[in-house]
Design a protein around this ligand. Structure first.
Ligand code: PLP
Ligand code: COI
Length: 342
């Protein structure tokens, strides 16, 4: 794949697609320590055919973004939270942890090296940052590797769900992406492998993605594809599900904080029953890639439940979007430490 040049990129029409940019960061873990760390340009990697990442799923990743401010500066949103979540994923898969300081510095280094690709301020486009770790040692018994590769690469992106702030429809899936006490709360490759078929089935039927129900009873909403669910009740409470098989979304926890402390709303992390959607006047998906994507309608058992509207974003969802993205793009002051300059 040829390297992308800045002049090749149409910053006004970005989708959510991989691009091979000039620089990425990599570090090897060998003999119990991180070594050979630095920027490289090669996007392909070599590893043993029996690498644990390929056979036994020793692979986890993160997703965060770099934002261009009105003044032309570049900033990150809560990168320490991504570092900590990756450490938890690594602990779950018996992989080595990347210390928070090393993680955040490496993210800054890659973003700086590819700074020309951070989209201009104005239309919500950002530089998506993908840290990933894989077990690279050849191991044939089901055991963890002793050698790992940590990489961070980046690419400019626009909307993840094609509607952006225009609502789109979703459908529930009969499949589970993660088991109750499995790896759902960790950002590990296996969860995404399990989600490919249900996601494709939803896309083929014209939906943006599928909504996963809890793996025990299939009665409670868990995730919206690769994003968390939130609903706004008729009395303006921000509600989001809680379960050990949900990925703890940094965006969701930021919204819980902002809803309570900036917008004066009540908040609740608790059960969201699929048969009780009438309690919500608005609903949405939230995540780094999804940002805040309003859910127009949610199909379940052949019936489409429409929340606010299939065509217009609701006022509370818009307010949440403006508050969050205002902080991310530097137009509003956020809580101490949330924004980190590059
Ligand atoms: N849920 C899943 C399954 C995800 O892949 C993501 C993306 O990271 C999220 C939720 C949203 O998490 P965050 O807001 O930290 O990006
Ligand atoms: C993210 O929001 O960063 C994600 O990881 C979502 C998806 C592209 C896997």
């Amino acid at each position: 794949m040829a390297k992308v040049k800045v002049s090749d990129v149409d910053f006004n029409n970005l989708g959510f697609e991989y691009m091979d940019l000039p620089y990425r960061y990599q570090a090897y873990y060998r003999d119990g320590e991180w070594q050979d760390a630095g920027l490289v340009s090669e996007s392909t990697m070599q590893m043993n055919e029996c690498a644990t990442a390929l056979h036994y799923g020793q692979t986890d990743f993160e997703g965060l973004k770099a934002y261009r401010t009105k003044e032309g500066n570049i900033q990150l949103f809560r990168p320490d939270q991504n570092a900590q979540r990756m450490q938890r994923s690594c602990r779950r898969l018996l992989m080595p942890e990347v210390p928070t300081e090393m993680f955040v510095q490496a993210v800054k280094d890659v973003v700086k090296a590819n700074a020309d690709f951070v989209p201009p301020y104005g239309n919500g486009a950002t530089l998506y940052i993908r840290p990933v770790m894989i077990g690279v040692e050849g191991v044939i018994g089901v055991h963890p590797a002793s050698e790992y590769l940590f990489r961070i690469f980046v690419m400019p992106v626009g909307n993840y769900f094609k509607g952006g702030l225009t609502p789109t429809n979703f459908t529930t899936s009969e499949y589970d992406r993660a088991a109750h006490k499995g790896t759902g709360q960790n950002k590990v490759g296996g969860n995404y492998g399990a989600s490919l078929m249900p996601g494709e089935e939803a896309h083929k039927r014209g939906f943006s993605d599928c909504v996963y129900l809890d793996p025990i009873s299939h009665k409670k909403i868990e995730e919206v594809g690769s994003a968390n669910f939130f609903g706004i009740t008729k009395d303006d409470k921000f509600v989001t599900p809680k379960s050990p098989s949900i990925l703890p979304s940094i965006t969701k926890y930021s919204l819980l904080y902002l809803a309570e402390h900036e917008l004066g709303m009540q908040t609740e992390e608790g059960d969201v029953y699929i048969d009780d959607l009438d309690r919500f006047k608005e609903a949405g998906a939230c995540g780094t890639a999804a940002v805040i994507s309003p859910i127009g309608g949610l199909e379940h058992n052949g019936k489409l439940h429409v929340f606010y509207s299939e065509t217009e974003v609701g006022p509370v969802t818009r307010k949440l979007y403006d508050t969050l993205s205002g902080i991310q793009f530097g137009d509003r002051k956020g809580p101490e430490g949330w924004v980190v300059p590059v």
